[in-house]
Ligand binder design. Structure first.
Ligand code: NAI
Ligand code: 13P
Length: 340
């Protein structure tokens, strides 16, 4: 089997390394839009900017031509889009324009499209209608609790592939389920993708709480009530609330909200320390998807008539309308209610 990954950030690189650990030399290809980045990776054998300290396997092929990266794949191979959410629509459109036969396509990004509040699979659907010129591609979202650095270092990890196509789930398992990685299958795209988007916003909230020294009780309250918000929105959007109890919901929420490797949690910690958001994002050097999708999650919730107080407060903090302290006061000042 051949695998091509598009996007050589932290996660694309780590997943390329994971696939290359057991596939044949030359079967895994990592594409980057930046020739300068590829030249450095080639020279030092490491993606030092995005995934420092992880030696890339000799057999991992680096590619600067998008056409070559796509055209090497047959109908039984796998294409992985590893860009942030902001690059998904443009990248999938390019792929569909180049494709000469049906492809198996999965994406790794977590978030919503800010201007439309569409989930990743809905963005892909839209692009498919515009650019697939009659080819029937198979699509899916691969998500779950996974810090790139740990996967790059070969540490144990479990993920979920969500797709309507069982054949695609098998292909994804064939590419990544080996060694220290397990891949579970699901058909709940809405539940899997909304969990991945919302947990990033909640990780910012948990980071703010920890940065303000609000204590472990507060952290448990944010995670539990945040999970309730996630389940409500998933249900209203047509997904299965029980998906939120799995890897891509509570699993990823625990990881991201409590693990200091999380970029989203680190944004929250820095906001609590009073740093301005542009400075925080400038220093991060990576994407923090929760910052970009908090207001889209809030807008979707409003449209579907779902109450999401923690998410809404995060959106107000991130847009500069409220300070973290003011948001806390508002949350704690809410009227008592039944726990649902
Ligand atoms: N880093 C992690 O541990 C994990 C990240 N993810 C998700 O994967 C996605 C990517 O995250 P990271 O790799 O960590 O981000 P990153 O910030 O480390 O790297 C992003 C990469 O994407 C490239 N890129 C951005 N826009 C692009 C476009 N339009 N076309 C081509 N390349 C483009 C950038 O040049 C950069 O190389 C995010 O949605 C993130 O939430 C999911 C699981 C784990
Ligand atoms: O999605 C992730 C872990 O599953 C990575 O989280 P951050 O983007 O917050 O680092």
């Amino acid at each position: 089997m051949k695998v091509t990954l598009l996007g050589a950030g932290a996660w694309g690189t780590a997943m390329a390394v994971q696939a290359a650990r057991h596939l044949q030399s030359g079967d895994v290809c990592l594409w980057s839009r930046s020739p300068e980045q590829l030249e450095v990776i080639q020279r030092i054998g490491e993606n030092a900017i995005y995934l420092p300290g992880v030696q890339l396997p000799q057999g991992l092929r680096l590619e600067g031509s998008l056409e070559r990266a796509i055209e090497r794949l047959s109908e039984n191979d796998l294409l992985v889009i590893a860009t942030p959410m902001s690059g998904l629509s443009e990248t999938v459109a390019q792929v569909l324009r180049i494709a000469q036969h049906p492809l198996n396509i999965v994406w790794l990004c977590k978030g919503l499209e800010p201007s439309t509040t569409l989930l990743p699979h809905q963005v892909v659907d839209r692009e498919d209608k515009l650019h697939s010129h009659g080819l029937q591609h198979a699509y899916g979202a691969l998500s779950g609790p996974s810090f790139a650095q740990e996967v790059g270092n070969g540490m144990p990890c479990a993920l979920t592939i969500a797709s309507k196509s069982n054949a695609l789930c098998d292909i994804v398992q064939g590419a990544f389920h080996h060694g220290n990685m397990r891949i579970y299958a699901s058909d709940d795209l809405v539940g899997v993708e909304l969990g991945g988007a919302i947990k990033n916003v909640l990780a910012i909230a948990a980071g703010i709480g920890d940065g303000l020294d609000l204590g472990l009780n507060a952290r448990a309250a944010v995670l539990t009530r945040g999970l309730a918000e996630m389940m409500r929105l998933v249900k209203a959007a047509g997904g299965r609330p029980e998906t939120c109890m799995g890897l891509t919901g509570v699993g990823d929420l625990i990881l991201t909200a409590t693990g200091d490797l999380s970029r989203n949690r680190r944004v929250g910690l820095a906001l609590a320390a009073g740093k301005p958001l542009p400075e925080i994002l400038g220093n991060l050097g990576h994407v923090a998807e929760g910052v970009l999708c908090a207001s889209a999650v809030g807008n979707l919730a409003t449209r579907l008539g779902v109450e999401m107080p923690i998410t809404t407060m995060m959106s107000e903090v991130l847009s500069g309308k409220l300070s973290p302290q003011e948001a806390l006061k508002k949350l704690m000042g809410r009227d008592p209610r039944v726990e649902v």
